[in-house]
Design a protein around this ligand. Structure first.
Ligand code: NAP
Length: 482
């Protein structure tokens, strides 16, 4: 009999898992989604200009090639539309229980007891739990004194307040990562004044966006192999050029040169350029891919503030260098990225809590599974984030792995990864990590406060595909068997 599967989250990960089960004829699954709609990060991040800086012909499922993308880098509504299209085409929407938050999951020796909040709180039992909650799902508000005393309107970029019209406002944006880089150019056009509070400059490279006209879209649709070849080209370019730059390879200098040239071309003022030039290696923090951010910073109604923020006052922001009155603050301050699966309480075999297990930082075999947590699988889990390629590619690799585990456990009972396999995996990861650019020289959301890189995958994605595609059964043991 097919195992019952609880899938948590209806974003790119959860939907991919559901579709693969559906296509395999396994209907004994339920997707739990705490929000009222599907889409995950592409539902939550609706700020002006939100989009993906990986081209959508690659940032999409390999099994659902879409030839209708209107541009190389479509914006959030189109990406969300794609996910809705997939959910409908593969008929998985009927299996999603919306407004149902999973509060906890506990393994009782044979099944997972999944506690549900929402309109009808209760506990349901499943053979398998697949976590598809992502890494960037919980906004991180900073801890700046006085925040609650601000008399204007404030919100996080991932919870954009669309009811608050920014036209003619004096706006402060705190943070200058990929999110801010996308919305600052859009809102700068209509605000009275925008002050961007930058703590650390980012490396920025151009985004070669272009619209796909009707003829190009028709060609993608009708010319055999064209869409596949284009997708393959984007993948190989990212893998062959960007990845080596993150692994101290041949293109390190090239990436830096490209970013410096971009800065020089777009920012004529040497003083502003100096303040926008990072002092750490490119890639240590996520490189911003955008061609409109720098020009926005050169507008007369935009200023860059680099003094340290001291406090938020009722009227604005006080820094070490002065005070700025504003009526709106947008916190583009990122996400609680290293707290994987939180705030869910997950308890494995013998009462071991995941929180306890991950005290030193989150980790998992292939980013997917853990000893003592039988039949629990993660999508986009620890050490599977990329700084250079498509996360959807990684998710599909993980789903392949989970599918082979499912066929094994269906005949044998609950399985868990062997502790010695996990230990060897950690050693390999540490060794691979030592040559990556993320370790020293910068703070980033890729790592914990004490510097352990818990989020990123340190190898080529071709290797990850190989590792996840091979039947992983020798890495697992049946729970209760000797
Ligand atoms: P982020 O990259 O984590 O950036 C957060 C920003 O807030 C940083 O500039 C940080 O400064 C600043 N900050 C945080 N706390 C602060 C404080 N107390 N005082 C002053 N500044 C503070 O967040 P994000 O821009 O939302 O992007 C997160 C990730 O989402 C990206 O790296 C990317 O992977 C993904 N994303 C992707 C796309 C895409 O197109 N694919 C678009 C948007 C986001 P420091 O740098 O000094 O810490």
């Amino acid at each position: 009999m097919a195992p019952s599967v609880a899938i948590i989250g209806a974003g790119f990960g959860g939907l991919c898992m559901a579709i693969r089960l559906e296509r395999a004829g396994i209907r004994s699954y339920t997707v739990f989604e705490k929000a009222g709609d599907l889409g995950g990060t592409w539902r939550d991040n609706s700020y002006p200009g939100a989009g993906c800086d990986i081209p959508s012909h690659l940032y999409s499922y390999s099994f659902e090639k879409y030839t209708s993308w209107t541009r190389r880098y479509p914006e959030q509504p189109e990406i969300l539309g794609y996910l809705e299209h997939c959910a409908d085409k593969y008929d998985v929407r009927r299996k999603i229980r919306f407004r149902t938050e999973v509060l906890s999951a506990a393994f009782d020796g044979s099944k997972w007891q999944v506690s549900l909040g929402g309109e009808e709180p209760r506990t349901e039992a499943f053979d398998v739990v697949v976590m598809g909650v992502g890494q960037l799902n919980r906004p991180q508000l900073p801890d700046i004194p006085g925040m609650s005393e601000f008399e204007g309107v404030s919100f996080h970029s991932a919870r954009w307040n669309h009811d608050h019209d920014l036209t003619g406002r004096r706006v402060a944006v705190i943070g200058n990562g990929s999110s801010a880089a996308q919305f600052v150019p859009r809102i700068a056009e209509r605000v009275e004044h925008l002050r961007l509070f930058q703590r650390t400059p980012n490396w920025v490279i151009p985004k070669p966006d272009a619209a796909f006209g009707p003829m190009t879209r028709l060609a993608f649709h009708f010319v055999p192999g064209l869409q596949r070849a284009y997708r393959e080209w984007i993948y190989r370019y990212a893998e062959g050029t960007l990845y080596p730059a993150l692994a101290e390879g041949w293109s390190v200098g090239l990436l830096k040169q490209r970013a410096l040239r971009h800065l020089h071309d777009q920012v004529p003022d040497p003083e502003l350029r100096a303040r926008l030039t990072p002092d750490y290696p490119p890639g240590c923090k996520r490189v911003v891919i955008d061609s409109t951010f720098y020009p926005a910073l050169t507008r007369p109604n935009v200023s860059l503030v680099t003094d340290r923020i001291v406090r938020i006052t009722p009227k604005g922001i006080e820094t070490a260098g002065g005070s700025y009155d504003v009526d709106t603050i947008v916190y583009a301050t990122g996400f609680k990225s290293t707290e994987f699966l939180a705030p869910m309480e997950v308890v494995g075999r013998d009462g071991l809590s995941l929180e306890e297990r991950w005290k030193g930082g989150a980790e998992a075999y292939l980013g997917i599974s853990l000893p003592a947590f039988p039949n629990l699988f993660m999508l986009y889990g620890p050490n599977t984030n990329l700084g250079h390629n498509s996360i959807v590619f990684m998710i599909e690799c993980q789903v392949n792995h989970v599918m082979s585990c499912l066929s094994y456990l269906a005949g044998h009972g609950p399985i868990e990864v062997r502790p010695e396999v996990m230990a060897a995996w950690r050693r390999q990861l540490d060794s691979a990590m030592s040559r990556m650019v993320w370790g020293g020289g910068c703070q980033s959301w890729y790592k914990t406060a004490d510097g352990r890189v818990t989020n990123n995958w340190p190898g080529p994605t071709t290797l990850y595909r190989r590792l996840t595609a091979r039947a992983p059964l020798s890495a697992y043991r049946v729970v209760g068997a000797s």
